[in-house]
Design a binder for this molecule. Structure first.
Ligand code: HEM
Length: 207
């Protein structure tokens, strides 16, 4: 083999392997229309308080969706789930767990703040696009143990606590270490019968 050919083979192989090692790592986008998100993890250092203010260290994980139109923070132990949902809206914000298809069979929490009065409903979507009556209307139980919220600078925050496994057939039962699919929606009005102006999907993992 001529020396020119050997140099050519060397150059081709060098370029090939350099190309392989430069390939970007697979990443999960935190902003692709709300259809996936990357959770950031932090150490819990603050006491949980359902006051509508998410403080540093209050939650173990956080995920921002659709560039901040929706944000969810959460922590859990084997017994309880603590969560904050924040929407870029002065209307309702909602999260739904484990829909079968579209919105159907999602275990939902819908909350809003109207003139300083905070409401939160433990709801369940019975159809593909709702309706999503309260669990109590369906014969189940209201399993929001504590909640609170705020409406500040065009953002609404609802914080709530529920058992990981409430025992209600209209709540999904969660386990430590489990990953669950979520849907979310926000609306500009406080009426939960009004359809969302923005919505999205994602998944989150419990500790
Ligand atoms: C009365 C209230 C509601 C109505 C009338 C309604 C209606 C609809 C309709 C018609 C669609 C299909 C078309 C579209 O994407 O806009 C849809 C999709 C969707 N809704 Fe709702 N919705 C309501 C409440 C909610 C709530 C509370 C949530 C979140 C907890 C939610 C989450 C979603 C999501 C994520 C989708 C897209 C599903 C997919 O692409 O697979 N909706 N809704």
């Amino acid at each position: 083999m001529s020396s020119k050919l050997i140099v050519l083979v060397f150059v081709v192989l060098t370029v090939f392997f350099a190309g392989c090692s430069d390939r970007p790592e697979d990443t999960i986008s935190s902003d692709d229309g709300g259809h996936s998100g990357a959770a950031t993890v932090q150490t819990v250092t603050a006491t949980w308080a359902p006051d509508g203010v998410v403080t540093d260290g209050e939650y173990a994980q956080n995920m921002i969706l659709s560039g901040g139109v929706f944000e969810v923070s959460w922590k859990n132990d084997g017994e309880n789930l603590y969560m904050a949902i924040k929407g870029k809206t002065e209307g309702w914000v909602a999260i739904g767990f484990e829909p079968e298809v579209w919105m159907k069979d999602a275990d939902m929490i819908i909350g809003w703040v109207d003139d300083g009065e905070v409401s939160a409903i433990d709801a369940y979507s019975t159809g593909n696009y709702g309706p999503h009556p309260s669990d109590t209307d369906l014969g189940g139980t209201d399993d929001i143990l504590e909640f609170g919220g705020s409406e500040v600078d065009g953002f609404t925050v609802i914080e709530f606590k529920r058992k990981m496994n409430t025992g209600d057939e209209f709540d999904k039962a969660f386990e430590s270490g489990q990953t669950v699919s979520i849907i979310w929606g926000v609306n500009e009005f406080d009426d939960p019968e009004e359809r969302h102006i923005e919505d999205g999907k994602g998944e989150l993992a419990f500790q």
